[in-house]
Write a protein that binds this ligand. Structure first.
Ligand code: ARG
Length: 468
């Protein structure tokens, strides 16, 4: 009887974990299970994590000091190789972690093989993602800040520009364009708060959890946490390697941010329409049509609105990915990365382009004023005027409703009705009514925190700037 020759040596040469396997992985399975194509973008975080781990191992006497020196030397070379595109990534080595570890071992020998002492890819990958996300959140917060600075500049330029405020997309009351822009500012202020909040919960160290149960070596997790700038430790090893709630939270914060930018985009698209013609967007942010020579399309805004959908999708993907998983780590979790990375890219790109585009937006005040005129925007001011003179608000509302009907019939705006005409609707109306019916009067009267008067808009900008 012929005996199958022992396959161990060649298999372990190929796969770090293959000692107990008797046949190689099929190509199909290799392709299905490998993640290096997308997780190699975490290489900096992976090396940072490994260096902190190695330093701790040496400090605790778990590996000799010379091994640490070898590991540091090897990693420095690997960094240089990756930065210059000289690193040979291999799908056979499955993921970013094994690719780097294998190269390290080739470069420095046994020291490289000792790096993984007291560690598992499970706590390693959880650490890498948290570091990656923390870095991404920091980038996002900077970009959000840059967008907000430019938004406040535009709001200041437009602090006294009257435009119609809408409800039901029908002209409602006069507001200033600056006030409208400050509504955008408030949305993004909460977005920034949310990302800072996600950062706190992301910034905890999983390393030390090892595969799932912790490790038998005398490790020092606080030391590693401090080395890597984590604010605390994941305090249960099973939870540390398995949960991706921080990534889900990140996608939730991203979905909300994109929802806000999608609403802004929708408004820009409407305002660019010639029926509105409220704003101009600098040509460099628009595109033309290949067939219609007259077209100028607000593509950036449309795409931001469109890309919001994919970020919502990523949130749903991650929630669904997590919901059926028993403790602790499952390979399902490898699927966390592509949605997460795409959410990072989409949010980052959207913020970057919006921060530039916002400076390329200018108002068209005449068109805004025309729209105000056609919409009887000061009707509420007339009702408030009558209420101040003692008429119950409901009666005032009715009297003004009749006045609007009359103005509509005559094809004029309320302030264009004569005093005699206005008196038909209420004897309380006097010549002082005209101050109230002007757009400027209407705006100036809303003079409290959160109101639209130009003074309040300027005060809000000052408050926002002092907080930045
Ligand atoms: N590439 C894997 C991931 O992204 C790393 C962890 C693999 N762990 C394991 N036990 N196979 O989740």
């Amino acid at each position: 009887m012929s005996q199958t020759p022992p396959t161990q040596p060649s298999l372990t040469a190929q796969y770090t974990w293959a000692a107990r396997f008797s046949e190689p992985m099929s190509d199909l399975v290799k392709r299905y299970t490998a993640s290096v194509n997308f997780d190699k973008r975490m290489w900096r975080q992976d090396i940072r994590g490994s260096l902190a781990h190695a330093k701790m191992l040496a400090k605790q006497g778990i590996i000799p000091a010379e091994d640490l020196a070898d590991i540091q030397r090897g990693m420095a070379q690997i960094i240089a190789e990756i930065e210059t595109d000289a690193f040979a990534w291999s799908r056979d080595l499955e993921d970013v972690h094994l690719n780097i570890e294998k190269r390290l071992t080739t470069l420095v020998g046994d020291a490289g093989k000792r790096l993984h002492t007291g560690r598992s890819r499970n706590d390693q990958v959880a650490t890498d993602i948290r570091l990656y996300l923390r870095d991404s959140i920091d980038d996002i917060l900077i970009l959000l800040g840059q967008f907000q600075v430019k938004l406040l500049d535009l709001a200041e330029r437009e602090a006294a520009t009257p435009m119609p405020g809408f409800t039901h997309l029908q002209v409602a009351q006069p507001i200033t364009f600056g006030h409208h822009l400050l509504a955008w500012f408030e949305m993004t202020r909460r977005d920034a708060e949310r990302f800072s909040d996600v950062r706190r919960r992301t910034n905890r160290l999983p390393l030390g959890a090892a595969a799932l149960a912790g490790t038998t070596y005398p490790i020092d997790r606080e030391f590693v946490a401090a080395e890597l700038g984590f604010e605390g430790l994941c305090e249960n090893s099973l939870d540390a390697v398995s949960d991706r709630d921080f990534a889900i939270e990140f996608c939730a914060a991203s979905a909300l941010l994109m929802m806000h930018f999608s609403r802004m985009s929708e408004e820009l698209v409407l305002w660019m329409n010639p029926r509105f013609a409220f704003v101009q967007i600098a040509d460099r942010f628009c595109t033309g049509s290949s067939i219609m020579p007259q077209k100028k399309n607000p593509d950036v805004a449309e795409l931001a609105r469109g890309k919001t959908g994919r970020v919502y999708g990523h949130l749903t993907a991650l929630l669904t990915l997590m919901k059926g998983q028993p403790l602790a780590y499952n390979k399902d979790n490898q699927e966390d990365k592509e949605p997460l990375f795409d959410a990072v890219d989409t949010v980052t790109d959207t913020l970057r382009i919006y921060a530039e585009m916002i400076s390329g937006i200018s108002s068209r005040p005449d068109n805004m004023r025309d729209a105000l005129r056609q919409g009887f925007a000061t009707a509420t001011d007339l009702a408030d005027y009558l209420t101040c003179k003692g008429l119950p608000f409901r009666d005032a509302h009715e009297a003004v409703g009749r006045a609007v009907r009359r103005a509509e019939k005559l094809g004029v705006d309320l302030p264009q009705l004569s005093l005699a005409e206005l008196k038909n609707f209420s004897p309380l109306i006097d010549v002082d009514v005209f101050a109230v019916l002007t757009v400027e009067g209407s705006l100036a009267a809303r003079n409290h925190i959160g109101g639209t008067s130009p003074d309040q808009v300027r005060a809000a900008i000052a408050r926002a700037r002092s907080r930045q």
